[in-house]
Design a protein around this ligand. Structure first.
Ligand code: PLP
Length: 321
Protein backbone atom coordinates (compact mmCIF):
# COMPACT_ATOMS: atom_id res chain seq x y z
CA UNK A 1 0.00 0.00 0.00
CA UNK A 2 1.29 3.45 -0.92
CA UNK A 3 -0.09 6.62 0.60
CA UNK A 4 -0.56 9.70 -1.57
CA UNK A 5 0.45 12.44 0.88
CA UNK A 6 2.92 13.89 -1.61
CA UNK A 7 0.51 13.38 -4.53
CA UNK A 8 -2.66 15.30 -3.63
CA UNK A 9 -5.84 14.08 -5.34
CA UNK A 10 -4.10 11.18 -7.04
CA UNK A 11 -6.54 8.26 -6.84
CA UNK A 12 -5.80 6.31 -9.99
CA UNK A 13 -2.87 5.89 -12.30
CA UNK A 14 -2.86 4.40 -15.79
CA UNK A 15 -0.59 1.45 -16.48
CA UNK A 16 -0.53 -0.63 -19.63
CA UNK A 17 -4.04 0.19 -20.75
CA UNK A 18 -5.83 0.06 -17.39
CA UNK A 19 -6.51 2.32 -14.45
CA UNK A 20 -5.14 1.15 -11.10
CA UNK A 21 -5.70 2.31 -7.53
CA UNK A 22 -2.92 4.71 -6.59
CA UNK A 23 -2.21 2.83 -3.40
CA UNK A 24 -1.74 -0.52 -5.14
CA UNK A 25 1.20 -0.62 -7.51
CA UNK A 26 2.95 -3.75 -8.66
CA UNK A 27 6.04 -3.44 -10.78
CA UNK A 28 8.73 -6.07 -10.34
CA UNK A 29 11.81 -4.95 -8.33
CA UNK A 30 14.04 -6.59 -10.96
CA UNK A 31 12.65 -4.29 -13.67
CA UNK A 32 15.45 -2.92 -15.85
CA UNK A 33 14.52 0.72 -15.22
CA UNK A 34 14.96 0.48 -11.47
CA UNK A 35 18.57 -0.58 -11.83
CA UNK A 36 19.81 1.52 -14.74
CA UNK A 37 17.42 4.47 -15.13
CA UNK A 38 16.29 3.24 -18.54
CA UNK A 39 13.16 5.36 -18.78
CA UNK A 40 11.99 8.51 -20.49
CA UNK A 41 9.38 10.84 -19.13
CA UNK A 42 7.45 14.04 -19.58
CA UNK A 43 6.36 16.71 -17.15
CA UNK A 44 3.14 18.36 -18.30
CA UNK A 45 0.76 20.73 -16.56
CA UNK A 46 -2.97 21.15 -16.87
CA UNK A 47 -4.68 24.34 -15.74
CA UNK A 48 -8.15 25.33 -14.79
CA UNK A 49 -9.85 27.46 -17.44
CA UNK A 50 -13.39 28.73 -17.98
CA UNK A 51 -13.87 25.78 -20.39
CA UNK A 52 -12.71 23.22 -17.83
CA UNK A 53 -9.22 21.80 -17.38
CA UNK A 54 -6.81 22.35 -20.26
CA UNK A 55 -3.43 20.74 -20.87
CA UNK A 56 -0.68 23.14 -21.85
CA UNK A 57 1.14 22.37 -25.13
CA UNK A 58 0.27 18.70 -25.07
CA UNK A 59 1.26 17.91 -28.72
CA UNK A 60 4.72 19.41 -28.13
CA UNK A 61 5.16 17.34 -24.97
CA UNK A 62 4.08 14.18 -26.79
CA UNK A 63 6.51 14.86 -29.65
CA UNK A 64 9.35 15.28 -27.15
CA UNK A 65 8.25 12.12 -25.33
CA UNK A 66 8.51 10.14 -28.55
CA UNK A 67 11.85 11.76 -29.39
CA UNK A 68 13.13 10.78 -25.93
CA UNK A 69 11.92 7.20 -26.42
CA UNK A 70 13.81 7.02 -29.72
CA UNK A 71 17.07 7.89 -27.98
CA UNK A 72 16.65 4.75 -25.85
CA UNK A 73 15.61 2.70 -28.93
CA UNK A 74 12.23 2.08 -27.35
CA UNK A 75 9.42 0.62 -29.36
CA UNK A 76 6.55 2.66 -27.97
CA UNK A 77 3.61 0.29 -27.51
CA UNK A 78 0.99 3.04 -27.99
CA UNK A 79 0.29 5.67 -30.62
CA UNK A 80 0.41 9.36 -29.80
CA UNK A 81 -3.40 9.49 -30.03
CA UNK A 82 -3.76 6.59 -27.59
CA UNK A 83 -1.41 8.27 -25.14
CA UNK A 84 -3.32 11.56 -25.39
CA UNK A 85 -6.59 9.69 -24.71
CA UNK A 86 -5.02 7.97 -21.70
CA UNK A 87 -3.79 11.30 -20.29
CA UNK A 88 -7.26 12.81 -20.61
CA UNK A 89 -8.74 9.73 -18.96
CA UNK A 90 -6.37 10.05 -15.98
CA UNK A 91 -7.37 13.71 -15.58
CA UNK A 92 -11.06 12.81 -15.69
CA UNK A 93 -10.85 9.73 -13.43
CA UNK A 94 -9.04 11.73 -10.76
CA UNK A 95 -11.48 14.64 -11.21
CA UNK A 96 -8.53 17.01 -11.50
CA UNK A 97 -9.13 20.61 -12.49
CA UNK A 98 -5.43 21.44 -12.55
CA UNK A 99 -2.59 18.96 -12.40
CA UNK A 100 0.95 17.91 -13.01
CA UNK A 101 0.89 14.98 -15.42
CA UNK A 102 3.69 12.44 -15.56
CA UNK A 103 3.84 9.92 -18.42
CA UNK A 104 6.76 7.49 -18.14
CA UNK A 105 7.97 4.91 -20.62
CA UNK A 106 10.34 2.36 -19.15
CA UNK A 107 12.08 -0.92 -19.74
CA UNK A 108 10.26 -3.30 -17.48
CA UNK A 109 10.88 -6.82 -16.22
CA UNK A 110 12.71 -9.24 -18.50
CA UNK A 111 16.46 -9.27 -18.07
CA UNK A 112 19.11 -7.38 -16.16
CA UNK A 113 21.94 -7.29 -18.65
CA UNK A 114 22.65 -3.67 -19.56
CA UNK A 115 21.02 -4.16 -22.96
CA UNK A 116 17.31 -4.54 -22.22
CA UNK A 117 16.70 -7.00 -25.02
CA UNK A 118 14.15 -9.13 -23.14
CA UNK A 119 12.59 -6.25 -21.19
CA UNK A 120 9.36 -4.89 -22.66
CA UNK A 121 8.68 -1.16 -22.86
CA UNK A 122 5.76 -0.19 -20.65
CA UNK A 123 3.84 3.03 -20.15
CA UNK A 124 2.52 4.51 -16.93
CA UNK A 125 0.71 7.83 -16.49
CA UNK A 126 0.09 9.58 -13.19
CA UNK A 127 -1.44 12.96 -12.39
CA UNK A 128 -1.92 14.92 -9.21
CA UNK A 129 -2.28 18.44 -7.91
CA UNK A 130 1.14 20.05 -7.65
CA UNK A 131 1.58 23.66 -6.54
CA UNK A 132 4.59 25.94 -6.97
CA UNK A 133 7.65 23.74 -7.57
CA UNK A 134 10.04 25.99 -5.64
CA UNK A 135 7.45 26.95 -3.02
CA UNK A 136 5.05 29.89 -2.89
CA UNK A 137 7.82 32.34 -1.93
CA UNK A 138 9.55 31.65 -5.27
CA UNK A 139 7.26 34.25 -6.87
CA UNK A 140 9.34 36.89 -5.07
CA UNK A 141 12.61 35.41 -6.24
CA UNK A 142 14.98 32.55 -5.56
CA UNK A 143 18.60 32.25 -4.53
CA UNK A 144 20.45 29.81 -6.78
CA UNK A 145 23.67 27.93 -6.21
CA UNK A 146 26.07 27.25 -9.09
CA UNK A 147 27.14 23.69 -8.35
CA UNK A 148 30.75 22.60 -8.84
CA UNK A 149 29.76 19.76 -11.23
CA UNK A 150 29.34 20.56 -14.90
CA UNK A 151 26.16 19.58 -16.75
CA UNK A 152 26.33 16.37 -18.77
CA UNK A 153 27.54 17.47 -22.19
CA UNK A 154 25.60 17.00 -25.43
CA UNK A 155 28.60 15.10 -26.79
CA UNK A 156 28.08 12.52 -24.02
CA UNK A 157 24.31 12.06 -24.04
CA UNK A 158 21.46 13.53 -26.06
CA UNK A 159 20.42 16.35 -23.75
CA UNK A 160 17.35 17.12 -25.87
CA UNK A 161 15.78 13.95 -24.43
CA UNK A 162 14.31 13.50 -20.96
CA UNK A 163 16.07 10.30 -19.99
CA UNK A 164 15.38 9.04 -16.45
CA UNK A 165 18.97 8.11 -15.59
CA UNK A 166 20.22 11.53 -16.60
CA UNK A 167 18.19 13.08 -13.81
CA UNK A 168 20.44 11.54 -11.16
CA UNK A 169 22.68 14.56 -11.71
CA UNK A 170 19.68 16.85 -11.22
CA UNK A 171 18.61 15.03 -8.04
CA UNK A 172 22.10 15.14 -6.51
CA UNK A 173 22.60 18.83 -7.33
CA UNK A 174 19.12 19.92 -6.25
CA UNK A 175 19.63 18.12 -2.94
CA UNK A 176 23.08 19.67 -2.42
CA UNK A 177 21.83 23.21 -3.15
CA UNK A 178 18.97 22.84 -0.67
CA UNK A 179 21.18 21.28 2.00
CA UNK A 180 23.38 24.39 1.80
CA UNK A 181 20.34 26.62 2.24
CA UNK A 182 19.77 27.70 -1.38
CA UNK A 183 16.51 27.39 -3.28
CA UNK A 184 17.81 25.63 -6.37
CA UNK A 185 20.94 24.49 -8.19
CA UNK A 186 22.31 25.88 -11.43
CA UNK A 187 24.71 24.08 -13.77
CA UNK A 188 27.57 25.34 -15.84
CA UNK A 189 28.24 23.34 -18.98
CA UNK A 190 31.61 21.88 -19.93
CA UNK A 191 32.46 25.13 -21.74
CA UNK A 192 32.04 26.96 -18.42
CA UNK A 193 28.90 28.81 -19.54
CA UNK A 194 25.61 29.00 -17.65
CA UNK A 195 23.59 25.97 -18.76
CA UNK A 196 20.35 25.29 -16.88
CA UNK A 197 18.80 24.29 -13.58
CA UNK A 198 18.15 20.65 -12.66
CA UNK A 199 14.70 20.95 -14.25
CA UNK A 200 14.59 24.53 -15.53
CA UNK A 201 15.86 26.72 -18.34
CA UNK A 202 17.23 30.15 -17.62
CA UNK A 203 16.74 33.61 -19.11
CA UNK A 204 18.54 36.84 -18.34
CA UNK A 205 17.47 40.37 -19.19
CA UNK A 206 19.95 43.15 -19.93
CA UNK A 207 18.95 46.60 -21.19
CA UNK A 208 15.55 45.24 -22.16
CA UNK A 209 16.94 42.33 -24.23
CA UNK A 210 15.99 38.78 -23.23
CA UNK A 211 18.71 36.21 -23.59
CA UNK A 212 18.69 32.44 -23.27
CA UNK A 213 20.82 29.57 -24.55
CA UNK A 214 19.97 26.54 -26.66
CA UNK A 215 20.76 22.85 -27.13
CA UNK A 216 24.27 23.60 -28.41
CA UNK A 217 24.93 24.59 -24.78
CA UNK A 218 23.86 21.15 -23.44
CA UNK A 219 20.42 22.18 -22.24
CA UNK A 220 16.97 20.77 -22.78
CA UNK A 221 15.22 23.34 -24.97
CA UNK A 222 12.12 23.57 -22.83
CA UNK A 223 8.59 24.03 -24.07
CA UNK A 224 8.09 26.83 -21.55
CA UNK A 225 11.25 28.49 -22.88
CA UNK A 226 9.80 28.35 -26.40
CA UNK A 227 6.49 29.80 -25.23
CA UNK A 228 8.26 32.65 -23.42
CA UNK A 229 10.35 33.48 -26.48
CA UNK A 230 7.16 33.72 -28.50
CA UNK A 231 5.38 35.88 -25.92
CA UNK A 232 8.42 38.13 -25.51
CA UNK A 233 8.53 38.74 -29.27
CA UNK A 234 4.79 39.48 -29.25
CA UNK A 235 5.44 42.07 -26.52
CA UNK A 236 8.06 43.62 -28.79
CA UNK A 237 11.09 42.64 -26.73
CA UNK A 238 14.33 41.87 -28.47
CA UNK A 239 15.41 38.27 -27.86
CA UNK A 240 18.85 36.73 -28.23
CA UNK A 241 19.82 33.07 -28.26
CA UNK A 242 23.47 32.62 -27.45
CA UNK A 243 25.84 31.11 -24.91
CA UNK A 244 25.56 32.84 -21.53
CA UNK A 245 28.74 33.57 -19.61
CA UNK A 246 28.86 33.70 -15.83
CA UNK A 247 29.74 37.41 -16.05
CA UNK A 248 26.68 38.13 -18.23
CA UNK A 249 24.53 36.36 -15.67
CA UNK A 250 26.04 38.17 -12.65
CA UNK A 251 25.67 41.54 -14.39
CA UNK A 252 22.15 40.98 -15.68
CA UNK A 253 19.35 43.38 -14.77
CA UNK A 254 17.00 40.44 -14.26
CA UNK A 255 17.06 36.67 -14.47
CA UNK A 256 14.50 33.92 -14.19
CA UNK A 257 14.04 30.19 -14.33
CA UNK A 258 11.33 28.70 -16.51
CA UNK A 259 9.90 25.25 -16.97
CA UNK A 260 6.70 23.27 -16.72
CA UNK A 261 7.10 22.54 -13.02
CA UNK A 262 8.61 25.88 -11.94
CA UNK A 263 6.62 28.01 -14.45
CA UNK A 264 8.44 31.37 -14.14
CA UNK A 265 10.54 32.01 -11.02
CA UNK A 266 12.62 35.17 -10.70
CA UNK A 267 16.26 34.63 -9.72
CA UNK A 268 17.37 37.38 -7.37
CA UNK A 269 20.60 36.08 -5.83
CA UNK A 270 23.30 33.68 -6.88
CA UNK A 271 26.13 32.00 -5.02
CA UNK A 272 28.91 30.71 -7.20
CA UNK A 273 30.17 27.39 -5.87
CA UNK A 274 32.06 26.54 -9.07
CA UNK A 275 35.21 28.56 -8.37
CA UNK A 276 37.14 25.67 -6.81
CA UNK A 277 38.85 24.94 -3.47
CA UNK A 278 35.51 25.31 -1.71
CA UNK A 279 35.44 29.07 -2.39
CA UNK A 280 32.02 30.70 -2.74
CA UNK A 281 31.01 34.18 -3.95
CA UNK A 282 27.59 35.73 -3.69
CA UNK A 283 25.98 38.22 -6.08
CA UNK A 284 22.65 40.03 -6.29
CA UNK A 285 21.00 39.96 -9.69
CA UNK A 286 19.98 43.50 -10.63
CA UNK A 287 18.34 45.12 -7.63
CA UNK A 288 18.08 41.78 -5.85
CA UNK A 289 14.34 41.60 -6.41
CA UNK A 290 11.98 40.24 -9.06
CA UNK A 291 12.41 42.34 -12.22
CA UNK A 292 9.73 44.23 -14.10
CA UNK A 293 10.02 42.29 -17.37
CA UNK A 294 10.12 38.97 -15.51
CA UNK A 295 6.91 39.84 -13.67
CA UNK A 296 5.24 40.98 -16.87
CA UNK A 297 6.10 37.70 -18.58
CA UNK A 298 5.04 35.69 -15.52
CA UNK A 299 1.63 37.37 -15.65
CA UNK A 300 1.35 36.80 -19.41
CA UNK A 301 2.28 33.14 -18.92
CA UNK A 302 -0.35 32.69 -16.21
CA UNK A 303 -2.98 34.25 -18.46
CA UNK A 304 -1.93 32.08 -21.42
CA UNK A 305 -2.03 28.77 -19.52
CA UNK A 306 -5.41 29.57 -18.03
CA UNK A 307 -6.98 30.36 -21.39
CA UNK A 308 -7.31 34.11 -20.83
CA UNK A 309 -5.35 35.10 -23.94
CA UNK A 310 -7.12 34.37 -27.21
CA UNK A 311 -3.87 34.45 -29.18
CA UNK A 312 -2.42 31.55 -27.23
CA UNK A 313 -5.56 29.45 -26.93
CA UNK A 314 -4.17 27.05 -29.52
CA UNK A 315 -1.57 26.07 -26.89
CA UNK A 316 -4.34 24.40 -24.90
CA UNK A 317 -5.88 20.94 -25.21
CA UNK A 318 -9.13 20.77 -23.33
CA UNK A 319 -9.67 17.62 -21.27
CA UNK A 320 -13.41 17.44 -21.95
CA UNK A 321 -14.19 17.37 -25.68
C1 PLP B 1 16.75 19.72 -17.46
C2 PLP B 1 15.55 20.51 -17.82
N1 PLP B 1 15.72 21.70 -18.43
C3 PLP B 1 14.65 22.45 -18.76
C4 PLP B 1 13.35 22.04 -18.50
C5 PLP B 1 12.19 22.88 -18.90
O1 PLP B 1 11.46 22.24 -19.91
P1 PLP B 1 9.92 22.44 -20.11
O2 PLP B 1 9.69 23.90 -20.21
O3 PLP B 1 9.60 21.74 -21.38
O4 PLP B 1 9.23 21.86 -18.94
C6 PLP B 1 13.14 20.80 -17.87
C7 PLP B 1 11.80 20.31 -17.58
O5 PLP B 1 11.26 19.53 -18.33
C8 PLP B 1 14.26 20.01 -17.54
O6 PLP B 1 14.11 18.83 -16.95
Amino acid sequence: MFNNTQFPRARKFWYQGKLHDWSRANIHPMSHVLHYGTSVFEGIRAYSTSEGPAIFRLPEHMDRFIHSAETLSMEVPYSKEEMVRAIKLVMKENKLTSAYIRPLLFYSYGNLGLVPKFSPVELVIGAWEWGAYLGEKAEKGVHVYIVPWRRVHHSQLKMTAKIGGCYVQSAISGTEARSLGFDEALFLNLEGHIAEGPGENIFIVKDGVLQTNDKTESVLEGITRGSILEMAKDFGFETRISPMTKEEFFQADEAFFCGTAVEIAPIVRVTDGSIGQGEKKEYAIGKGEAGEITLRLAKAYKDAVSGKTKKYENWLTYVHD
